[in-house]
Design a protein around this ligand. Structure first.
Ligand code: ZN
Ligand code: ZN
Length: 359
């Protein structure tokens, strides 16, 4: 039996091929993939070969050619011999992590920081980078990483559980409290998911800052209390002060990943505020430690997620209509490059583009 798949061989080399459907291992379930979302890291994987396993990955033993895709959901159609919880017909969202389960980080529950999951060639410990991911019709995944969705939960929303989990982890780690005023730097998908998760967590005023009109319009429609279009950190501080009665914000989420946005986020913090860095910076940023210290501020980071998928599913389930708005386009597999990856890289009107794999 063969299936349609996208296969990445290296930088700017994705081919559409018929590849074999393999049997799930004893502790794996086979998922008929409904939707797979495209994310910023897929753009870098395609354009630069970033995070892709060129040599055998230490945990999976796999290397290119591989099936990309790490944000996906579908229906269980086949199960391994040792599967105990999931059944054929269950709908699941996939947590695309690869972790050893034995190192200190894994044993402490922080399997997102597994010390053995990053290869010597910097390959990332995620499906789609060091093992086959969701851009195929039938994908085998570990049962522990296949999270059951509520019965009537739409599978397009299922593909949002993974990127939403990045936001959930960041909001939890930041310690957001009901009534907090917050700033989000960047209205790309992670900024928008952070907006919705912060709403669910009870934030009062949510200010979101981005340079793109289209992205800000979407943020507004999702319920942002104020949208700003400010690149200069000092001007941003003034505007946030106007919006907060000179108090500044309790929390600033850095979801853009450039020097100016990091400096701006720090500027807008009130006393004892927290700066949460979620973005992966392309170049090493500088940070005004003295400025942070004088506010008694905290600097935190959040990378990926661990043990939050059930929460993410619950939050999306409660806010289905809002999350649906983040899906700006659905495409078919052969359109992956032009209508998916490149559209996402160049068209600010796009937030989350989903590839529909099967019916
Ligand atoms: Zn992603
Ligand atoms: Zn580990």
């Amino acid at each position: 039996m063969k299936q349609q798949a996208a296969v990445i061989y290296g930088k700017k080399d994705v081919r559409f091929e018929k590849i074999p459907i393999t049997e799930p291992a004893e502790t794996e379930v086979q998922i008929k993939v409904a939707y797979n979302g495209i994310c910023g890291s897929d753009i870098h994987e395609y354009l630069d070969g970033m995070d892709l396993a060129i040599n055998s990955h230490p945990l999976t033993g796999k290397k290119v050619p591989l099936v990309p895709g790490h944000e996906f959901a579908g229906t269980v159609v086949n199960i391994g011999k040792k599967i105990t919880k999931l059944q054929i017909g269950d709908r699941v969202a996939v947590e695309p992590m690869i972790a050893c389960g034995k190192c200190a980080a894994c044993l402490a529950g922080n399997y997102n920081l597994c010390s053995r999951a990053i290869g010597k060639d910097n390959s990332a410990g995620f499906l789609g980078f060091c093992a086959n991911g969701g851009l195929e019709e039938y994908c085998n995944v570990a049962e522990i990483f296949a999270h059951k969705l509520p019965t009537d939960f739409p599978l397009d929303l299922g593909a949002l559980v993974e990127p939403t989990s990045v936001a959930v982890q960041a909001v939890l780690r930041a310690g957001l409290k009901a009534g907090d005023n917050i700033l989000i730097q960047g209205a790309g998908p992670i900024g928008l998911f952070t907006l919705l998760v912060a709403q669910a967590a009870g934030a009062h005023n949510i200010i979101i800052n981005d340079l793109s009109d289209q992205r800000l319009a979407l943020a507004k429609s999702l319920g942002a209390n104020a949208v700003l279009q400010e690149n200069n950190p000092i001007d941003l501080q003034q505007k946030v002060n106007q919006l907060t009665g000179n108090q500044g914000v309790n929390l600033a989420f850095e979801c853009a990943g450039v020097q100016a946005t990091l400096a701006g986020a720090l500027n807008t913090l009130g006393q004892n505020g927290t700066l949460m860095v979620v973005a992966l910076f392309g170049t090493e940023p500088q940070i005004d430690v003295r400025g942070l210290l004088k506010k008694g501020g905290r600097l935190l980071t959040s990378y990926g997620y661990a043990n939050v998928f059930e929460r993410s599913i619950g939050i999306i389930d409660n806010n289905r209509e809002a999350f649906k708005k983040i899906i700006t386009k659905k495409i078919k597999l052969p359109q992956l490059i032009d209508e998916g990856i490149l559209a996402l890289a160049h068209d600010k009107q796009q937030a989350k583009i989903l590839v529909k794999l099967t019916n």
